[in-house]
Design a protein around this ligand. Structure first.
Ligand code: EPU
Length: 287
């Protein structure tokens, strides 16, 4: 089946921050061959290609994205398949929340920390997303990726360069899915209890308004949230973009923020923390 290309598709509603302009071209390929055809076509038209996951860690510019935006939202990419060798295949389009839910049902332990991350498997691999002391690559055995030339490769975690919020091999390639390794088998009730503990912590310490999660990476041995808080920036605003009063490393959209508002506020926070604390915070979100 040929993939439908949509011109000037709005992206704001596909992100958790809910800002930004349209994609010049948008597509949801139905399988690997479709994706290869798309990549060839964009190469021919010399258009840049961008991958959109769950849209939770990026700020789309107000003027939109001049290129092809690909989403692996089609059900083809959302598989969760336990195998006899003890590993689980998780497609890049599978939401982390669903991965956790399916793992609980099947009695697999080790995915609990991912529950509250509003991302997909592909996005979580791309940036090695983390929470509650764990990160995505803790549960990865192998990643299947497609190069921008359309070649499919499988890589062992040990061959990859993975770090805090970073995976070098996926900067120029598309994650198609991963073979995951559960930590152990456990009773679903015990897994559920651990998730409840994480959920409670998250609800108490993180804002509910639209946001892109944490804006800055934590500097080694320090907390960006605490540094921003101690610089007196909670509640600081540019337009409808606001430094959350709940957690200072979140910028929330109070209703009608634009991408420009958010970017201006990111710059302001960065400059103020540098002046007050002597620390140059590095953004975690894709700006
Ligand atoms: N803190 C403040 N003021 C604030 C926020 C935090 O003083 O406004 C203090 C807290 O009291 C705590 C310390 O800073 O002592 C750390 O805060 P927290 O436990 O909330 O964790 P964090 O380091 O700010 C990290 C991840 C989050 C993840 C949480 C929970 C980063 C940049 N952030 O936050 O990930 O959800 O741990 O495990 O690594 C994300 O990356 O988008 C994200 C939300």
């Amino acid at each position: 089946a040929a993939t439908r290309l949509v011109e000037r598709e709005s992206l704001a509603n596909k992100t958790t921050m809910r800002v930004g302009g349209p994609a010049r071209v948008y597509a949801e390929p139905a399988g690997a061959e479709d994706l290869q055809v798309l990549l060839r076509e964009m190469h021919r038209r010399a258009l840049p290609v961008h991958l959109l996951g769950r849209g939770s860690n990026l700020i789309i510019p107000d003027e939109g994205v001049d290129g092809l935006v690909i989403s692996l939202g089609h059900e083809h990419w959302q598989k969760f398949e336990p195998h006899a060798d003890g590993r689980i295949w998780a497609g890049a389009g599978l939401r982390l929340k669903n991965l956790c839910g399916l793992a609980i049902k099947a009695g697999f332990q080790g995915f609990e920390f991912l529950e509250g991350i509003p991302g997909s498997v592909g996005g979580a691999l791309r940036m090695n997303a983390g929470a509650m002391g764990g990160w995505m690559f803790d549960v990865v055995d192998e990643v299947q990726l497609m190069t921008l030339q359309g070649e499919i490769r499988t890589m062992k975690k040990a061959e990859m360069h993975v770090d805090y919020r970073h995976c070098a091999e996926l900067h120029e390639a598309i994650a198609l899915g991963a073979w995951l390794k559960p930590a152990a088998s456990a009773q679903s009730d015990d897994i559920r209890r651990q998730i409840d503990v994480y959920q409670k912590k998250r609800v108490e310490s993180q804002p509910r308004e639209p946001s892109a999660g944490c804006i800055f990476k934590n500097p080694p041995g320090n907390s960006a949230g605490r540094l921003i808080d101690e610089s007196g920036l909670k509640g600081e605003r540019v337009g409808d973009a606001e430094v959350s009063t709940v957690h200072a490393n979140f910028i929330v959209n109070r209703g009608h923020a634009t991408s420009a508002d958010i970017i201006a506020l990111v710059k302001k926070v960065r400059a103020r923390v540098k002046a007050a604390k002597g620390v140059d915070l590095e953004p975690e979100v894709l700006l």
